[in-house]
Every structure is written in C-alpha cells, then in structure tokens.
Write a protein that binds this ligand. Structure first.
Ligand code: 4AD
Ligand code: MG
Length: 432
C-alpha cells in the first residue's frame, strides 16, 4: 500500500509531496486546467492538474474520473487560503483504485423515498457526512461529560424479562424455555441496581420501541444515554440535565462549526443554550397552553403540538416537571406536595424539536412502588428484584434518558430524525 496522508493532516504537510486516497466528489476542467474534489472522510480536498504539466493519459484519467471513483492522488501540497482545510494538491499522478459507473445519487434533487432506498450510497453525500460527524461529536461529548464527572459506565442488557416503560411498544422474541424476552425499552431499571453499587452510573446503547406511529420523532431502534444518580432529587436531576445538554451543544459549536455550516444551520439559537433552562410545572404548562387557545385539559399528556407551542415561548430549552401520575411510567416518585403528580420532568428543545429528555426521581418507597405495580397489572414476579432495591438500603435517586437522534436532529436543524442515524429503523423501513 502507498504511504498515505489524510486530508485533515495536509495543512501540516505544505510544501511536501503526499498521496491521498479517497472518492471523487466532482471534476471539472477547462482546456488547460482540471480540478477534482476528493473526499476521504477527514475532509474534502481540491486537486489541481495542469494539462501542460502531465501526459495525455493522466490528464484524461484525472479529468474524466466519474463521481465516486476510488482514487489515489499524488502531488505537492500547497497552501490555499480559500479552502476550508487550508490546503490543495498540485497533482502529479493519479491511480484509479475502484471504478464507479453511473453512481445513482447525483447533485440533482432526488425524492426522499429514492434516497432512503439508497441509504448505503446516500451516506456519502456532503450533508450526510456532516450529520454523521455531528452525531459522532455528540456521542463523544456524552462519554466525556460522564467520564469527567466520574460516572461509571454500566452496560445493561438488551434482552430483558420485564417491561421498562410501557407495554404498548414492546418487541418480543421467543426465549428458549423461559417464554418471552423483550428488547430493552430502557436500561434504567438495571441501572438503579447499579447506582446502589457505584453511586453515579450511566448506560448508553440501542433502545427498542415498537412505535406504530409514523412521526418525525420516532424510530423503532434509537440510541439513548441514561444516567442514574444516587442522592439526587428531581431538582438536582434537572440541574444535571441543563449542564449536560449545554455541554453537548457547546462541543458541537466548538468542534463542528464546518459541518454546521455545511448544513446551513443557524447557530444563533444554539449559542443561547446555557443554564439555567426555563422551568414550568405541568400545571403551569396547561394554564399557559389554555391561555394560548389550546383545548387541553389537566390530566392529558402533552403531544408534539403542545410541546412545540410551549417551547416556542422560550429562547432556550424548557423543563416541564411534575406530570400527572396517570400519564407517566410506574417507577416515578409520587409528589408529596400533590400525589396526583410525580416528580419527573421532560426537557423540550427549542425551535419545535420537542422532548429530547425524559427523566424523574424514582419511587424509593417499597410499598408505594409495589402498590403501583399491582395497580397497573404488571407481572409482579418479574419485578421482585427491582423491589429488592427498596428493601436493602433504599435511597433517594433520580435519572434521565436523552435520545441521541432527537438531539442530533435538533443540533443539525433537521425536521426529521431519520437522517440522524446511519441506517434508520422505522415501522416501514428495514432495508438497507
Ligand atoms: O421519555 P423516555 O421514554 O424515558 C425513558 O425511557 C426513561 N427510562 C429514561 C430514564 O429516566 N432513564 O425516553 C427518553 C428519551 C426521549 O426523551 C426521547 O429523546 C428518546 O428517549 N426517545 C426516542 N427517540 C427516538 N425514537 C423513539 N421512539 C423514542 N422514544 C424515546
Ligand atoms: Mg418521554
């Protein structure tokens, strides 16, 4: 193999010869000079070849290389202030490594259905590459945030025996002689066990919900990060969330400015993301919605429209806290100040993106939790281990889950979350 340089490293190689391998994005040529833009994953490189400086064969090979041909280009690295990376390549040799005939995705407009059928190739387009880079930054920021704060990563199982969130959206699979296993809707319950061992923990992995809704916000497989903290009440929980979300957004602004530019993202709303976020109780939210003309009544869950209306009243994310017990999961702590409600919160992103986080303080009273499990008709025997946590040193604790794709969609300014993951899984999508 040739010694190789990555596009991102070229600014340090000015004045030397380098070989770069990648895929042809575009070519254009006049009578005397030809240009090729190359993508290698670390960046884009403009390669320049003068007709006078080369043989006819190289000239033709270079200027006629079809879109997405895999090539190795060798030449002198030159400073170029206009290019984003600050360098271009004065080409002396070009080798075709892999031909590409009639790449189906051209710079013209394609329909969404066509693009998703060709997702394996569509990923190479500039926009998609920028989105994947931002997703990568979000994921790394998440890991760094918890690592810096001494949270311990605990990987929770994907095959589970108990319902984590709601029975309505379970994927089931036969499981040997033990009956049915479910694909995890959350790692939270297991994480609560780990929090009693390690204090502050998190899990991060794929999560499954058999969502029959075809909305802009739902996938059947998505990535969720869930921290769980011993000795945090609901207010502590929200403080951690605002710090966390601000950290993630800040990292993208700092390190992924070029990708945000590629996506033509207006970064002004992102610059405003800093603690403290706005806080609104559910009851206040209902009043606000009613005063804005909504017909919603106390007790109903907030839908996407209500979330959008609420969030649009504010210039940064907003917490809505203390929802009615009836519209939230069984494990949430009853609110001592109003037992009709629980000590939970959602975090709504601005600009109409809606819920990116769901979190709560957990019910730490054994009898209350057992009563709730019974009330909801959940199979109590599957929760025996979970109830044990309330028998042996029960403790105040809270946690939350942040959806990676919703967060990425918001940061990228995309109306739909399906482009926020490389191969989205939805009710109607399993290929490619
Ligand atoms: O609000 P949810 O259901 O909360 C939980 O699962 C808790 N166990 C979290 C916890 O307290 N540890 O989901 C959390 C987040 C949502 O706010 C949303 O961002 C994302 O997960 N999410 C989805 N993202 C894409 N597609 C779906 N179908 C999603 N369902 C939830
Ligand atoms: Mg939720």
């Amino acid at each position: 193999m040739l010694p190789q340089t990555y596009v991102a490293d070229l600014p340090e190689r000015i004045g030397t010869e380098a070989t770069v391998r990648g895929w042809v994005v575009t070519t254009r040529s006049s009578g005397k000079i030809a240009f090729m833009v190359l993508r290698d994953g670390t960046g884009y490189l403009q390669c320049v070849l003068g007709k006078q400086e080369t043989d006819p064969e190289t000239w033709e090979r270079f200027r006629r290389a079809p879109q997405e041909t895999a090539v190795a280009v060798t030449g002198m690295v030159r400073e170029d202030a206009r290019s984003p990376g600050g360098a271009e390549l004065s080409v002396s040799a070009v080798e075709i490594l892999g031909e590409a005939v009639d790449f189906p995705i051209t710079p013209k407009e394609h329909g969404t259905a066509f693009l998703f059928e060709h997702r394996h190739l569509w990923l190479r387009s500039r926009r998609q590459v920028a989105i994947m880079q931002i997703r990568h930054e979000v994921v790394q920021a998440i890991r760094d945030f918890f690592y810096e704060r001494h949270f311990v990563l605990v990987d929770t199982p994907i095959l589970t025996g108990s319902i984590g969130e709601s029975a309505g959206t379970l994927f089931e699979t036969p499981y040997f002689d033990l009956g049915t296993a479910y694909l995890a809707q959350t790692g939270q319950l297991y994480l609560e066990a780990a929090a009693a061992a390690l204090g502050r923990v998190y899990c991060f992995g794929p999560t499954f919900r058999a969502e029959k809704s075809k909305t802009r916000r739902h996938l059947t497989e998505f990535w969720m990060v869930e921290p769980e903290m011993a000795w945090y009440d609901s207010d502590d929980n929200m403080r951690l969330q605002e710090e966390f979300v601000s950290y993630i957004v800040g990292r993208c602004l700092e390190r992924r400015a070029q990708d945000l530019l590629e996506l033509e993202r207006d970064t002004a709303p992102l610059e405003r993301v800093a603690p403290p976020f706005h806080r609104l109780s559910y009851t206040e939210a209902i009043r606000m919605l009613q005063s804005l003309g909504s017909g919603i009544e106390w007790g109903a869950d907030l839908g996407a429209d209500e979330e959008t209306t609420l969030a649009s009243q504010y210039d940064r994310p907003v917490f809505v806290y203390d929802y009615p017990k009836a519209v939230r999961a069984f494990y949430m702590k009853e609110n001592p100040a109003d037992p009709r409600t629980v000590r939970n919160n959602d975090c709504l992103a601005p600009e109409g993106y809606g819920e990116i986080i769901g979190g709560s303080q957990r019910e730490d009273d054994h009898d209350k939790l057992r009563a709730r499990i019974r009330e909801l008709g959940l199979p109590e025997e599957n929760y025996a281990w979970y109830l044990d946590l309330r028998k042996f040193g029960t403790f105040v604790h809270s946690g939350f889950g942040l959806g990676v794709e919703r967060t990425v969609a918001w940061i990228c300014g995309m109306p739909h979350i399906r482009e926020a993951i490389a191969f989205p899984r939805m009710m109607t999508k399993l290929y490619p």
